[in-house]
Design a protein around this ligand. Structure first.
Ligand SMILES: Cc1ncc(COP(=O)(O)O)c(C=O)c1O
Length: 348
């Protein structure tokens, strides 16, 4: 079976270098917010061409702290696309703010910018644009701070292109995937970066002085060291993902694909099918693994449906029909060919 993900392939490649880094950290005695985290922040910002990157403990924390730094407070509203990973909305709820779901563009699966203005109220404080599956979403033109959720889109979006902050996740399966949890806030706004640096350490400004109420959102030195090993090959890996997706699309033009984009980094390569169970079974029968990201829109999630206002039929249609195909950089050429041949033969 060609797997839809296999982290052991990257793990085995990096194990030796990671062992040396772990030994270096253990004997330094500096386990948190030390030289590895400093270096990772510099290197990740440099790779993106960004002014600053602040490392935190997860992508959801990155979103939460970016919003807090931008002044989102309990009771405020934040617009989020109705089709995304749940943590996009969970981060809003963590502040005590209210997520307002807006439908997605049926072609791109990302926030439909034409619907944003109508969902705005006098309590709207931010808009989150999610670059779902690694495809850059359209940034709405609006006088409210935009936060980009680039958890799935390392390298797909230029920094400082009109948004106030970009949040990244380093969850292990992501394009830049950690050996545990991690995230980062990338911003050109020095005030936002400084606020996130305070908020990630309990709102502390000097030893045991806490002007703001916050919690622990620190990244560990071990995580930062692993991510530093993953960064140098990331551009080539993103190209490999895009080339794999291109093979699949060329082999199966009869299928319904997420609309392409020149900067798509293919965290997932996704196709839409009417009868998902049968389609997945037919691929499994010929040795092709698949996954579903995600089976429910936020309007359909048991814990989040309470926030639904307007109907979001396009988000729910994506949730009903999406299928993710094997598209990670360590796939062998033979595996990619096998999947492409299977797709050429399978009907929707
Ligand atoms: C689009 C999106 N936003 C936010 C997150 C949250 O990231 P994390 O799992 O690192 O908290 C994820 C990943 O799970 C994601 O895919």
């Amino acid at each position: 079976m060609v797997p839809v993900a296999d982290l052991s392939r990257r793990g085995r490649r990096l194990a030796h270098a990671f062992g040396a880094a772990a030994e270096r950290i253990a004997s330094s005695g500096h386990f948190l917010l030390g030289p590895e985290t400093d270096a990772f922040e510099r290197e990740f910002a440099g790779w993106l061409g960004a002014a600053d990157a602040v490392a935190v403990d997860s992508g959801a924390s990155a979103l939460q702290l970016a919003m807090t730094a931008l002044g989102v407070s309990p009771g405020d509203e934040v617009i989020v696309p109705a089709f995304t990973a749940v943590p996009t909305a969970a981060a809003v709820c963590a502040i005590g703010a209210v997520p307002v779901f807006v439908d997605v563009d049926p072609r791109t699966a990302t926030l439909d910018p034409a619907l944003v203005e109508a969902s705005r109220t006098d309590r709207t404080r931010a808009v989150v644009v999610v670059h779902l599956y690694g495809r850059p979403g359209d940034i709405p033109v609006i006088d409210i701070p935009i936060i980009e959720d680039a958890a799935q889109a390392h390298g797909a979006v230029s920094p400082h292109s009109g948004s106030a902050a970009v949040a990244y996740s380093f969850y292990p399966t992501k394009n830049l995937g950690g050996i545990g949890d991690g995230g980062a806030v990338v911003t050109g706004n020095a005030g936002v970066a400084a606020a996130v640096r305070r908020l990630r350490v309990h709102g502390m400004t000097e030893q045991y002085v806490h002007p703001e109420i916050s919690q622990n959102f620190r990244m560990s030195e071990v995580e930062a060291a692993w991510l530093r090993l993953c960064l140098p090959p990331l551009s080539d890996e993103n190209s490999r993902r895009a080339a794999t997706a291109q093979r699949y699309r060329a082999a199966a033009p009869h299928l319904r694909w997420q609309e392409p984009h020149a900067d798509h980094v293919y965290h997932q390569c996704v196709v839409r099918v009417a009868d998902r169970a049968s389609f997945r079974q037919r691929l499994a029968d010929v040795g092709v693994g698949t996954a579903v990201h995600y089976p429910l829109a936020l309007t359909q999630q048991p814990g989040y449906a309470q926030f639904a206002r307007a109907a979001c039929p396009q988000a729910e249609a994506w949730a009903a029909e999406c299928v993710s195909l094997p598209c990670f950089p360590e796939l062998t050429d033979a595996e990619v060919t096998h999947v492409a041949e299977a797709l050429a033969r399978v009907s929707e």
